[in-house]
Ligand binder design. Structure first.
Ligand code: SF4
Ligand code: SF4
Length: 397
């Protein structure tokens, strides 16, 4: 297999984020090194250049999906940037800023539209990390962190992560492979049928599982728990090295962006749609008489520019009719950035808005992220939402 993952993602804006390397952890956007004194722990420091890049033009007001739903000035991108600026300029950090800073889904549409080149979701994540250092968090954030640090998954599940495999299947898993399927918390515990189908396909290509996968750390990084994120990333990295894999394949957009942008650069990361698109001939898919639409997950699409691969897979199987806002302009499903857990009503409203972009007469809404599947399903539309692996499985039957 080649490294399919690099192709569509080369042009993606590379975020400056926590990066785990061989022997050290680097947090590159604001110089935190984990050895702060007590007084430094109380101060609020975010890279000033990235904050002052915002010239408060307000272009982003018209695209922020959270602002569209709640209508508070403090919950649009510009409002968030102003609050972060005020914290930098001496406003004491307090819980008052949480409704603004914790309600960003990190969808990134503001960054793609900003004429000044600001990257608000990156600034928001850095600000959240500073608030965590100051002990200012929501209960939802704390619960999420505790679940991951106690049980290794974001749901606080006590079942084994590979519960969807039988004892016989477990005993046959190769201990060594160049390729690993990183399942993620969502498919492991909420959609084990997706995990099973995905792994059935990937096993044909010699892909194995990690002996002890844990949460990729995405929810921790998005919500500001950087030290904890480093701990779980280190654990996963040790597991990857144990297997000897150089390439990771994942079907979750959150895992994908985290493995690709926060783990060591030498690790090759491929999303499931990219893998499927590269192996269409070997998969021998049959044509189906279906018309479907495709929802671009923010962390696969806008953040990493994986737009063509899922469309190529869908078009190899059936007719694709595009949604109203696609690719760079796709509206967020509302599930990311800790918003589904912290602000479920806002999150669902975003999903309902996204469903309004679906064209008439679709057989399915297809997407490539289990969190998007979950949020769009919960929004209660009348068209079934499926993961791309389910469409591929139908075409393989
Ligand atoms: S983030 Fe960009 S688009 Fe939004 S107000 Fe600031 S400069 Fe304007
Ligand atoms: S990342 Fe999305 S939710 Fe967050 S401020 Fe930007 S547009 Fe709004």
């Amino acid at each position: 297999m080649k490294n399919e993952g690099k192709k569509e993602t080369e042009q993606a804006k590379k975020p400056a984020k926590t990066k785990i390397t061989d022997n050290e952890i680097k947090i590159t956007d604001n110089g935190i090194n984990g050895n702060e004194s007590e007084s430094e722990k109380q101060s609020f420091e975010v890279d000033r250049r990235s904050v002052y890049r915002c010239v408060q033009c307000g272009t982003c007001r018209s695209v922020c999906p959270v602002f569209d739903v709640v209508g508070w000035e403090s919950a649009n991108t510009r409002g968030r940037m102003l609050i972060i600026k005020s914290l930098l300029e001496g406003r004491p950090p307090s819980e008052d800023v949480l409704p603004s800073l914790a309600s960003c889904t990190t969808c990134g549409i503001c960054a793609s539209k900003c004429p000044a080149g600001a990257n608000p979701p990156e600034v928001v994540e850095a600000a959240r990390a500073q608030l965590v250092k100051c002990g200012i968090t929501t209960d939802a954030q704390e619960n999420l962190k505790s679940a991951i640090m106690t049980y290794g998954n974001s749901f606080g599940e006590t079942r084994g992560r590979k519960h969807w495999l039988s004892e016989a299947e477990l005993s046959k898993l190769p201990h060594k492979s160049d390729y690993v399927y990183f399942v993620g918390c969502f498919d492991s515990y909420r959609y084990p049928e997706f995990a099973k189908r995905t792994f059935e396909i990937l096993q044909r290509f010699g892909v194995t599982l990690l002996p002890d996968e844990q949460c990729c750390a995405s929810p921790l990084l998005r919500t500001g728990f950087r030290e904890e994120a480093e701990e779980v990333m280190k654990h996963n990295l040790e597991q990857i090295r144990k297997v000897g894999a150089h390439t990771i394949i994942t079907s979750c957009a959150g895992c994908y962006t985290t493995l690709k942008n926060n783990y060591p650069e030498e690790l090759k990361v491929i999303s499931l749609p990219e893998f499927l698109a590269e192996h269409l001939e070997e998969l021998n898919l049959k044509k189906l008489d279906l018309t479907v639409t495709y929802h671009d997950p923010c962390h696969l699409g806008r953040h990493n520019k994986v737009y063509d691969a899922p469309r190529k897979v869908i078009q190899a199987i059936c007719t694709l009719k595009e949604m109203k806002n696609i690719k760079e302009n796709a509206r967020c499903c509302g599930g990311g950035g800790g918003v589904r857990t912290g602000y479920p009503d806002i999150s669902l409203e975003l999903a309902r808005n996204r469903l309004q972009d679906v064209p008439e007469g679709m057989d399915y809404i297809v997407t490539s992220c289990p969190l998007c599947v979950r949020n769009l399903r919960d929004a209660g539309g009348n068209i079934e939402v499926i993961d791309i692996v389910e469409l591929v499985a139908m075409a393989m039957e």
